[in-house]
Design a protein around this ligand. Sequence first.
Ligand SMILES: Cc1cc2nc3c(=O)[nH]c(=O)nc-3n(C[C@H](O)[C@H](O)[C@H](O)COP(=O)(O)O)c2cc1C
Length: 329
Amino acid sequence: LVGIDLPLVQAPIGRAATPRLVAAVSGAGGLGMMALSWTRPERVAGVVEQVRFLTDRPFGVNVILAWDQRARVEAALAAGVRVVSTFWGDPAPFASMCRQAGAVHVHTVGSAADARAAVDAGVNVVVAQGWEAGGHVLGQVASLPLVPAVVDAVDPVPVIAAGGVGDGRGLAAVLALGAAAAWVGTAFVVAEESGAHPSYQDAITTADETSTSYSVLFDGGWTDAPHRTLTTAQVRAWEEAGRPASGARPGEDDVVANEGTRAIRRYAADVPTAGIDGDIGSLPHYAGQSAGLVTTREPAAVIVERISTEAAATLQGAIAPQESGPAVQ
Ligand SMILES: Cc1cc2nc3c(=O)[nH]c(=O)nc-3n(C[C@H](O)[C@H](O)[C@H](O)COP(=O)(O)O)c2cc1C
């Protein structure tokens, strides 16, 4: 549908998705996704141009529908983008904009019912996001039961599996569940081309599968939105304080970091990027349970190659005839 060689999508990972990352993934045969939710609409065409300068392969853009995104999507479509992904809101107005522009509309859901509603609204491809995913998380169903439920609910519409895929075994697993591809976020946060702050990347590569928490803690700029992060000292301090509500948390008004002249307060939702200075550890370290599978910083093309080669070997191994042991009487 979107003209890629490998069933692997670099999930939009907020401001950690840079033009270099998107282009590297698309250039390696996957699909790179540029997250545009915080890009000024008048800058969208320039960002699309930056990716195009680096690759002639297809790529997509993503917006979070927690605020008005029409101007950004209009700008991306006018710049010729042909894959648009939406998350966290009503996809219907964007389905018609994409249809008119001849673009593929991809929408992320956390349940089979939401998947059906998205397809009824005109969405072309559904992303089924399991709750083990990193970043903001829609539902509370894990990928293993969610993906087949969504596949059955929207058949024959293609489904992409998000959440928990950190290596080729995970890609093979979601293909076996009926997904057309995997949507991988955490593993690309640590790519060399990612915009993530190096200390945040190091925290992911040293984490294991038990190192994450699901909470609503980091709500500055995006409220009432559950998310999965590493269980950092900041998360533990809030838990030890009895999980107080927004407005009553320790150090609520502290400025903990800066990006140029912009002050970032404690509990802000900002992804820690390399351009931020200050107490990086107090910012949300978005990561999925797949962090346990992610152990090194590597170029994005190496990550794409490793995951897809390992998936192919896993699937081959799964269907190869087994050595027969001694006959059991
Ligand atoms: C740092 C980070 C930022 C994210 N930002 C976005 C975003 O801007 N838009 C979006 O649709 N999803 C976003 N997500 C969610 C991912 O698209 C995806 O669903 C998730 O990473 C998949 O699970 P995984 O982390 O186990 O691979 C983000 C995830 C992470 C880890």
